[in-house]
Structures are given as structure tokens and as C-alpha cells.
Design a protein around this ligand. Structure first.
Ligand SMILES: C[S@@+](CC[C@H](N)C(=O)[O-])C[C@H]1O[C@@H](n2cnc3c(N)ncnc32)[C@H](O)[C@@H]1O
Length: 430
């Protein structure tokens, strides 16, 4: 018979109580996001101790239905409907009416909605208040958000990665249980019958796919480093170190492969608040630059020139850095290196090193750095994901150290995030 050790259960409860007490001592009435992440981790430990093996097997077996139910709910507009109706509760019939009026659904029955909602409410994607009656939870609102980040993540994985995951079982049985290290070979390429890197595969898909990919990139992030590091202080300190005035022409940061520009737009605001006028630059592939400019326009800036103080440069970062991107105070690679194998990463890092001014420029690598043990689902899952689709991996600090060393740099500081999320690895020319 399955039992759980009381001592182990008590240990986890004590951890949770300590977390709550710490927040209370700080005068808070709520846990903030990184504390919520810590609380979830404790709950996960408690679950591992108390969940009988049969229940765990059940959860693993049924998980694809949760994914499927979420995908179906997206197609039926259930999150949008519940979120818009909040704080009102909605019945399955009201959700049917919404789907028929606002989506492509040809027919929907209240029974279909009720049975779908049973799975969703189990995972907090909405709250069940009575039989066939629901109200939006905070997760519902997040899934209904206009940026569509979370919905895009679910749909993108469902369409492109999930079939490749199933295919991987026969792939590894045939090829051997070794993760590929080439960016154009792997279960993903094998399923989709292509021999090109995954990013090239995306660029050949209809624009809606690339758009969805860019939307969901936002979702893979946890609390951004610029929320827990005082950006103004960090930049000012280095500017003062070089006794240089912060004139308008100075290039403060180049964000290579910065996606739709979420980080440059946020950073620009932070730098403005700190009175720092130097330029920052987003360097991306041409279609993504277009999306970034559209993103700037949605923030109320010009569609042609984007946010003031941000330069938008269409450039392939696997080619030498152009003149205008030379000698920046910081170069920034966020969730880029984990897409590439060691060989291509070193090629990219060498090109960055060439653009760096000795003794002055720094490289900031923003990634979820793997810890030796106890990595969460984001880290362990993303590592698998990188292996499946990019022939690459998540790395430990030592592995990042090896990579930058091969490109003539060294790690000068490791800024570890308070919630074990996005870390910052600061490097300089060796
Ligand atoms: C995983 S996303 C990371 C986006 C962003 N840095 C972030 O943290 O959300 C990787 C980005 O690298 C960009 N990228 C891939 N290959 C590139 C290349 N050769 N030149 C420039 N950007 C590239 C992609 O367009 C994509 O936006």
C-alpha cells in the first residue's frame, strides 16, 4: 500500500509556511510572481511525495487530453468569452452561443463544452462554480489576453511539435538514443520530412505561423532580468567607469535576435527613466523587424521608424556585424544560444567578439541556466525541446563558460535570477 512519510510532508509544509511568513514580514498581502513560482515548486515536491504511483501514471497518460481540451477551448473562444463576461458566470450554453457567433465552429453542443471544461477547470484554466457553470480565473484572463501569447504557444506546439514528439519514439528506436547535434537533423526534421534548420522551416511557412511563433516567444519568459536588476544603475556604473558622457550617439546595447522587440521597448523605457539617452538596437531577420515595427506602432510610435531611441536593423547575425553595430557597451543574446549547437553558437559568439571594443564592451547572455540538480519543467522541458527541434540544448554555467571561451571571451559575472528563471551571464573579451 502507498504511504507518504509524515516527516517529508511536514518539511514541505514548513517550507511553504516559511515563504508565507517571509512575505508577511515584508508587509505584503499577496505573494509576488517569483514567490508564486517558489510556492508552486514546494507544492510540486509535496505532490511527488503524496501522489500514489497509479495517480501519477494516470496524470501522465491523460496529459495529452488536457492539451487537446485547451486547444479545443481556444478554437471555441472559451477563454475570450469567460474573460469578457467576468465577473459574471457563464453556463455551457452561453459558451456554445459565443462559439457559434464568434468562431468558425459549425456545431457545438453544451455537452461538448461541459466535458471539455471538466479537464480545463482541473488545471485552473477556469473555475467551475456549479454543474455546467464557469467563471474566469486569472489563467483564463491570461489566455484571453489580446497579445495571444499563451494561446499561440499552445497552438504552435500542438500543430508542429506534438506530432514530432510522437514520431520521436520510432525515430530514436531507428537512429539510436543519442540527441542530434546538427541543426538540420532530428525528430522534428524527420517528421516534417525536411533537412533544413527549424528557423528556416518557419520562414517557409505562411506568415501566420511566424507571427504565432513571435507572439508566443513572450510566453516562454518568466520575470525579466530588467525587473530585478536596476538597469539605470547597471548602465550608469559602466558609463562612469569609462568617464564617457552619455551622448546621444553612443550605442548602449545591441539585441541580437531580439524577436518582436519586447525587450528593447521595455529597456528603452527603463533607460529613459534613468535619463540615459544612448541608442539601443534591435537586430533581427527582415520579417521579424517588420513585426517589431508593428509592435512599436501598437505602443503608439511610428510604424516606419519605431520607438524613438531604438534602431531597427535587418541583419543576419551569422554574418559579420555591420559598422553601425560596432563597439556597443553591451551586446545581448536572449534565448538565442539555446537554439544553436556548440559549433554555430561559437561562430555567432566570435562574430560578436569581433564587434566588441576591448576592455569596454560586454556580452549579456539571457538564458535559463541549468543547475546541476532540481531543474524545473521550464528548464528540463526546454532542454528536451531544443534537442528535438534544433539539435541544441539548455546549458549549465560551465557550458556557457566553455562556449564563450572558444570565442575569446570569459564570464565576468553570473546574475542568478531570484526565481530560478531567466539568468544573466555577463561576459567580456578575455
Ligand atoms: C528564441 S527567439 C528569441 C527572441 C528574443 N531574443 C527573446 O528573448 O524573446 C530567437 C530569435 O532569433 C532570431 N534569429 C534566428 N536566426 C537569426 C539570424 N540568422 N539572424 C538574426 N536573427 C535570427 C529569430 O528570428 C528569433 O526571433
Amino acid at each position: 500500500m502507498f504511504t507518504a512519510s509524515l516527516k517529508e510532508v511536514e518539511e514541505q509544509l514548513a517550507n511553504l509556511q516559511a515563504l508565507v511568513a517571509k512575505a508577511q514580514r515584508a508587509g505584503a498581502s499577496e505573494l509576488h510572481e517569483s514567490q508564486c513560482v517558489q510556492a508552486t515548486r514546494i507544492a510540486q515536491n509535496l505532490r511527488n511525495i503524496t501522489k500514489p504511483p497509479g495517480e501519477i501514471a494516470h496524470e501522465i497518460t491523460m496529459m495529452p487530453y488536457i492539451t487537446t481540451a485547451t486547444r479545443l477551448a481556444i478554437d471555441l473562444g472559451i477563454f475570450k468569452s469567460l474573460s469578457a463576461a467576468y465577473p459574471k458566470h457563464q453556463t455551457s450554453q452561453a459558451l456554445v452561443d459565443y462559439a457559434l457567433a464568434n468562431t468558425d465552429a459549425k456545431a457545438v453542443s453544451p455537452d461538448f463544452v461541459t466535458r471539455t471544461m471538466r479537464l480545463l477547470t482541473l488545471y485552473g484554466l477556469a473555475t467551475e462554480t456549479d454543474y455546467g457553470t464557469y467563471v474566469a480565473s486569472s489563467t483564463t484572463h491570461a489566455f484571453a489576453a489580446p497579445d495571444e501569447a499563451l494561446q499561440s504557444q499552445v497552438v504552435h506546439f500542438f500543430e508542429f511539435y506534438n506530432p514530432a514528439m510522437e514520431h520521436s519514439v520510432s525515430y530514436f528506436a531507428e537512429q539510436g538514443y543519442v540527441f542530434p547535434t546538427e541543426d538540420n537533423v532530428g525528430p522534428f526534421q524527420s517528421f516534417w520530412q525536411v533537412d533544413i534548420p527549424t528557423y528556416e522551416f518557419w520562414s517557409r511557412q505562411p506568415p501566420v505561423v511566424l507571427e504565432r511563433l513571435n507572439k508566443f516567444m513572450k510566453a516562454v519568459h518568466s520575470v525579466a532580468w530588467y525587473e530585478w536588476i536596476d538597469v539605470g544603475e547597471m548602465f550608469k556604473k559602466r558609463i562612469i567607469e569609462f568617464e564617457e558622457s552619455d551622448d546621444k550617439k553612443k550605442l548602449l546595447l545591441v539585441d541580437l535576435g531580439g524577436g518582436k522587440g519586447v525587450m528593447v521597448h521595455n529597456l528603452r523605457k527603463k533607460l529613459d527613466e534613468a535619463g540615459l539617452k544612448g541608442k539601443i538596437m534591435l537586430e533581427e531577420r527582415p520579417p521579424v523587424i517588420k513585426d517589431a515595427l508593428a509592435g512599436a506602432a501598437s505602443l503608439g510610435h511610428s510604424q516606419e521608424s519605431g520607438m524613438p531611441g531604438v534602431e531597427y536593423l535587418a541583419h543576419d547575425f551569422l554574418r559579420p556585424q555591420p559598422e553601425e553595430a560596432q563597439g556597443s557597451l553591451y551586446y545581448y543574446l536572449s534565448y538565442v544560444l539555446h537554439n544553436w549547437n556548440d559549433e554555430t553558437s561559437i561562430r555567432l559568439l566570435k562574430l560578436v567578439a569581433k564587434a566588441m571594443r576591448p576592455g569596454y564592451s560586454r556580452l549579456l547572455i539571457n538564458e535559463r541556466v541549468l543547475q546541476p540538480t532540481g531543474n524545473d519543467l521550464q528548464k528540463a522541458g526546454l532542454d528536451f525541446h531544443m534537442a528535438f527541434s534544433h539539435g541544441s540544448k539548455e546549458r549549465t554555467l560551465a557550458e556557457y563558460g566553455e562556449l564563450v571561451k572558444a570565442a575569446g571571451m570569459e564570464v565576468v559575472k553570473y546574475h542568478r535570477s531570484p526565481d530560478d528563471g531567466q539568468d544573466l551571464v555577463e561576459c567580456a573579451l578575455a
